[in-house]
Ligand binder design. Sequence first.
Ligand code: UDP
Ligand code: MG
Length: 341
Amino acid sequence: MTRHVPLLAIVVPCFNEAEVLPETARRLQQLIERLIRNGKAAPGSYACFVDDGSTDRTWAIIRNLQAGAGPFGGVRLSCNRGHQAALMAGLLSVRGDAVVSIDADLQDDLEAIPAMLQARDDGADIVFGVRSARASDTAAKRISARLYYRLLRALKVEIVFDHADFRLMTRRAIEALRGYDEVNLFLRALIPKLGFKTQVVTYERAGRFAGTSKYPLGKMLALAFEGITSFSTRPLRVITVLGCLMSMFALGLTAWATLAWLVFAATVPGWASTVIPVYLVCSVQLLSMGVIGEYIGKIYLETKRRPRFHVSETLAPPEDCGFLLEPDGDGLQDVALPALA
Ligand code: UDP
Ligand code: MG
């Protein structure tokens, strides 16, 4: 199956990436020009940088890039909304038949993009970039990532192992994604849910080109937690099972105590058998309430229907590839667009 030469849009979320951005832009420009020359991407293909509320020179650099001759556009969020929201803002803003998302720090191999385009040509609507080696990671990160994926699998959350947010999506897949209104985003579990034909392209993930990680431990843990609570209600089932087991244990204990009283007449209650169950039951109750609270919190947040981001400025790329989202009169615009038929 061959498809027509696609207009390629590369979405790059950036949070305080001034150190790495010029080099990223240089390499992206080289790649895009090469792809256009080789007939793999249509003229007018471009990269769109999404400034996620940076406090350094990131937006100034994006503005310069767009003003220059390169194939660049920009979207600026009004404040820092996090990687996933920035990514979503970019994906829903760009035009393009093939939309690739990639981090700004050059950890993902740009050379995987031609392979992704080939996979699209072969009929895939979503192409996941999967890292072949985790050589650039510490042993602790490797092990915790593996355990986390196992946990997600056990909770029946569909996710591609060793895939982050480096992927290609066709226009069809992007429009389907637009229909998902949730505020708490975890795209790597959401996108497999779209159900379109997928393919995998493997690549070697490098170290960061420059600058420091914008994903400190706290943000990472929050994202990991998001993956569980946004996609699985199994923890709630676990509470029920735990409750059943506890009551069976309590019943058994009662039977045993009655037997001891009737048959052995050894009924002096011990300290342990009184105090330990109290602690045990209390801790299970607390734990259960905590998990239920997580879900209630989520319902609370989702029912507010808050926009995920506001686009305050857009810079149109050259050659008539405008944005689907344009700022309105007050410079702020919700991303929520009418659902497409
Ligand atoms: N990022 C973002 N908003 C944030 C944090 C990160 O847009 O609040 C971007 C960041 O600029 C980068 C990508 O998300 O392009 C991944 O971040 P990073 O490379 O720092 O994460 P790591 O690779 O260390 O996990
Ligand atoms: Mg990185």
